[in-house]
Design a protein around this ligand. Structure first.
Ligand code: PLP
Length: 372
């Protein structure tokens, strides 16, 4: 049985170009060393930095390699907060835990942007008062909802509030111009666009720069000290280049597959709520099957060789909606019986057919499980 993978938003298989770059440079030594081997490693790292900067409208010096998207979010939010004199933070209730938990861990006065049932920020009034940090995602990891980031950035700039953008789901899929956005920092994660896992980067303007949260040898402008993994940086740049080279064609192809999935689900299953609403990434389809048990949906699909994820989590035996779904106003039933299908470069028509052949039966059984 050929596995059917609908979890690209969690992690996407490494692209062949990234594996090639990784293998080619796996022998590189310390890019900070002054001798010849160090200079060779440094030159590969510089090329990766320049390539990433050019693709995202940043200067090479603004690219800070990190160990993950989570680390990039932490370095930016904690670092900007510690550099500021105020203790007010503005964020959205839709954020990934990498941002939401980081904000929670600050001793900050937190104000939230208002969101609607489609999972988009619609109330900007919290931005009218200056903040130490404004932090908002570019696209949501669960629904794929694309946020009005230009407007949020402009409103933050009007009060001279530094702004961080978690663009982990958007990089490689949306056109991004870091300078044109006028934001302070932006976080990305390589494994979401076909680069290696355990690698990310932060784009960070020269000023205001985040204060150091990690302390060490001063690498990466002192914002992320530690010897950089040159092979991972080269693989990240190669993956990002290919993602942007293919972007328009992939956007159309993946959107068509997503739309087919959506219409198959709506045709075969009664009482379906589509939670991914425009403007939305073409790769995401978030659906609720009220009355169904989320864990059963995942397990039943898994037994058929189909990988997807749910919007509910089980804490101490009690099923809960994710915070994002709660903020959007989904009922408990809608949140618990939900499924996130996320598509990517390896998704095919056959994957959609394999899923469509099983979904009616899977939902029926997950609804029976939900009655227990
Ligand atoms: N931010 C968003 C929106 C994400 O979707 C993720 C991962 O799912 C992260 C941050 C964390 O990225 P990483 O897995 O590289 O730590």
């Amino acid at each position: 049985m050929q596995p059917t993978y609908f979890d690209h938003a969690a992690t996407s298989p490494m692209r062949a170009v990234a594996i090639e770059a990784y293998v080619k440079h796996a022998d590189k030594l310390n890019p900070g060393a002054a001798y010849a081997a160090g200079r060779r490693a440094r030159s590969v790292l510089d090329d990766a930095r320049e390539q990433i900067a050019a693709l995202l409208g940043a200067d090479p010096i603004e690219v800070i390699f990190t160990a993950s998207g989570t680390e990039a979010d932490n370095l930016a939010i904690q670092g900007l907060f510690s550099a500021a004199s105020s203790s007010r933070v503005v964020t959205s209730p839709l954020e990934h835990p990498a941002v939401a938990e980081t904000v929670r861990a600050l001793e900050a006065e937190v104000d939230y942007l208002g969101v609607d049932r489609s999972g988009h920020v619609v109330d900007f009034s919290a931005l009218d008062t200056p903040a130490a940090v404004v932090t908002c995602m570019m696209a949501n990891n669960e629904t794929g909802a694309i946020q009005p980031i230009e407007e949020i950035a402009a409103r933050a700039a009007a009060t001279k509030s530094p702004m961080h953008v978690d663009a982990v789901q958007a990089v490689g899929k949306l056109e991004i111009d870091f300078h044109a956005l006028g934001i302070t920092t932006l976080a990305a994660s390589a494994h979401k666009f076909g680069g290696p896992r355990g690698t990310g980067f932060l784009l960070a303007r020269r000023s205001p720069a985040p204060s150091a949260i990690l302390h060490g040898g001063g690498q990466e402008r002192g914002i992320r000290p530690g010897t950089v993994d040159v092979a991972a940086a080269a693989a990240t740049a190669a993956a990002l280049q290919e993602a942007y080279d293919e972007r328009e064609a992939e956007h159309t192809r993946v959107q068509r597959l997503r739309d087919r999935l959506e219409s198959e689900i709506c045709r075969q299953v009664d009482d379906v709520v589509i939670n991914s609403r425009e403007p939305v990434l073409p790769s995401h389809l978030h659906v609720s099957f009220p009355g169904a048990d989320g864990d059963s949906l995942i397990m039943l699909l898994d037994s058929l060789g189909i990988s997807a994820s749910t919007g509910s989590a089980c804490h101490s035996g009690v099923s809960r909606r994710s915070e994002t779904l709660e903020a959007m106003g989904l009922t408990l039933d809608e949140g618990i019986g939900s499924l996130r299908l996320s598509l990517g470069p390896t998704t095919t028509e056959e994957d959609v057919s394999a899923f469509s052949a099983e979904i009616a039966d899977v939902v029926q059984r997950a609804r029976l499980a939900g009655q227990r």
